[in-house]
Design a protein around this ligand. Sequence first.
Ligand SMILES: [Zn+2]
Length: 327
Amino acid sequence: MPWNAMKLVGKYGNARNKNRHDYHEECTYMTKKRTCPICGNRKYILFAEQKIDQGKLNKYSYASRKQPEFMCHQLVRCTECDCIYAPTPPKDAHLAQAYAEADYDSSKEACYAAESYASALKPYIVAMHKRGVAIDVGAGNGALLPHLDQMGFEEVYGVEPSSSAIQTAPPELRPQLIEGVFTPGMLADKPLSLLCSFQTLEHIPDPMTLLKDAATRLHPGGMIALITHDYTGTLNRILGLRSPIIDIEHIQLYCPTTIVWALDACGFTNIEVKPIWNRYPLQYWLRLFPLPSSVKQTLQRYLSVVHLADKAISLPVGNILTIAYKA
Ligand SMILES: [Zn+2]
């Protein structure tokens, strides 16, 4: 479909689905194409056509670990840094509102994810000389914070735009959670030893601003730790456009080349990228798999009958951990 034929301004929902979508005001998209959000290049190759069914959008569409909808904005691949991105995503204000209002029902899966990420992160944290202040950007219900506490940081904070996510945090964690988006002025009197941002860079309108702000706020030798999907991972290559990472929430997607390009451009050194495994219950893995919902429901019932629904297993599903340091 040619660009000028695309309808880029519309409403999420219609009269028939009004009740389902009444939390959403009009969704307005950027009308001017953005350049690559990582390197600024204007040249790209088409990766995926826009695929959005307004009737399927609901209050979980911008929630963490939701049931995949297999919908996406038009996506292109930058010819310079290999970033896959939506040239005309929803406007920043709409995204901010959508994330602030998104429902959250994945506390259990968030705990599994935090265990996987903490385990991958631990060798790097053990090797750190100074463990002062750590901040987790996109902290959800704060599931990672107790792990960071246990690893010996003096102070640990999480930043999260979704009030629903914060409300599901255990009461003892809530004072450590700051509602909103990370800004350079946040906790301005506290130089950071560690900034984590896990499965967040895909969602934010300007990932380079976050990385540059991180470089400003970390003390010399401080560490940034990022977890992103890797669209070049084996499983994601096999699933192609049926991969759960092809999603309207994701306005950028990364591969090792992209993430190294981004951190190098922000002045980080000793950049290391490695694949990680995620551990989740079988019923959650099944939820992500691109199967018809009737087949999924049958398999879910079978897993429950044989008492395997909550059995947790680790799988390499194409996620990468990137570690880098402020010079
Ligand atoms: Zn690029």
